[in-house]
Write a protein that binds this ligand. Structure first.
Ligand code: NAI
Length: 282
């Protein structure tokens, strides 16, 4: 078995969601660590800002392209372009994602569709177009998938988000063993609260975001949230130390352990949390 990849330094590294939040911070941190980055995001303007920030520090951006990861043909064409110009990659990081919350009676079909398309099919499109050339190249590498605490635990109102993030966790757990024989390590990042644009853009079906109670909870969330820069460091360390589960906060590490050991108290807390959330609907 070949030596596993221990650092992104000098490695061709794809990062999706690079225009904002965790993806942007990870792109900057990876470039600082010596990676040659390939960046993408649906937000062309934000992506250009990230490319400029990396350029200012003397980092190397091989390619950057604005595209929608839920569009398979767009991802395939991008992969073709990257492979034609630079050959197969060493590290692939699926960071881009969106969020929407709500109870089943408030959620619309478009919410379910979008979360599965972007958060689950998006990473699948990236995996199916970028990982096989890595396998064929035989140099090993790393695959990082950003799931969520909601990919481990059943938070209220998270059904579509958890459908996508548990799905990505399933893909990752299988590929972890499948890709081992090719020297490709797999890392599942499970952040708790992270202070990024997502906090403001999350759509809550059936709830007025301007409601002072919701604003209060948003502020509380932000106060306890990790910075995207810290999460970026944890992702790079997760690759270095070959961690499958990359935790970014003690609460999630503890919560997941606790839920597995103590089923009844976990169920009690989740019932109470659901009651609390439902009080916002009236
Ligand atoms: P963010 O909103 O700052 O960044 C997400 C990026 O994904 C944005 O730049 C956005 O333009 C891009 N994106 C959205 N849809 C896209 C599409 N169809 N195609 C290509 N790019 C698209 O949010 P954040 O927090 O940095 O999110 C990164 C990842 O972390 C997501 O997968 C999210 O689910 C996950 N996460 C975030 C948490 C948080 O508290 N912020 C907690 C747990 C997980």
């Amino acid at each position: 078995m070949r030596d596993r990849l221990k650092s992104v330094s000098g490695k061709k590294t794809l990062i999706t969601g690079a225009a904002s939040g965790i993806g942007r911070a990870t792109a900057i941190a990876a470039a600082r660590a010596g990676a040659e980055v390939v960046l993408t995001d649906i937000d062309a303007e934000g992506l250009a800002d990230t490319v400029e920030a990396i350029g200012r520090e003397g980092g190397k951006v091989l390619v950057s392209r604005a595209l929608d990861i839920s569009d398979y043909e767009a991802v395939r064409a991008f992969a073709q372009e990257v492979h034609d110009r630079h050959g197969s990659l060493d590290v692939v990081m699926n960071v881009a994602g969106v969020s929407a919350w709500g109870t089943v009676e408030n959620l619309e079909h478009r919410h379910w569709r979008r979360l599965i398309d972007v958060n689950l099919m998006g990473p699948i499109h990236v995996i199916e177009t970028f990982v096989p050339p890595m396998v064929r190249a035989g140099r090993g590498g790393a695959l990082v998938n950003v799931s969520s605490a909601a990919g481990l635990l059943a938070f209220p109102w998270h059904a579509p988000y958890s459908a996508s993030k548990f799905g990505l966790r399933g893909v990752s757990e299988v590929l972890r063993f499948d890709l081992e024989r090719h020297g490709i390590t797999v890392h599942l990042v499970v952040p708790g609260a992270v202070n990024t644009g997502l906090v403001q853009t999350v759509e809550i079906a059936g709830v007025d975001r301007e409601d002072p109670r919701i604003q209060r909870y948003t502020k509380l969330f932000q106060k306890h949230a990790a910075s995207p820069e810290r999460v970026a460091q944890q992702i790079l360390r997760g690759i270095e130390r070959n961690r499958f589960l990359v935790h970014t906060s003690f609460e999630v590490r503890f919560g997941y352990w606790w839920a597995r050991k103590f089923a009844w108290p976990y169920e009690f807390v989740m019932r109470r949390a659901n009651d609390k959330f439902n009080s916002f609907l009236g």
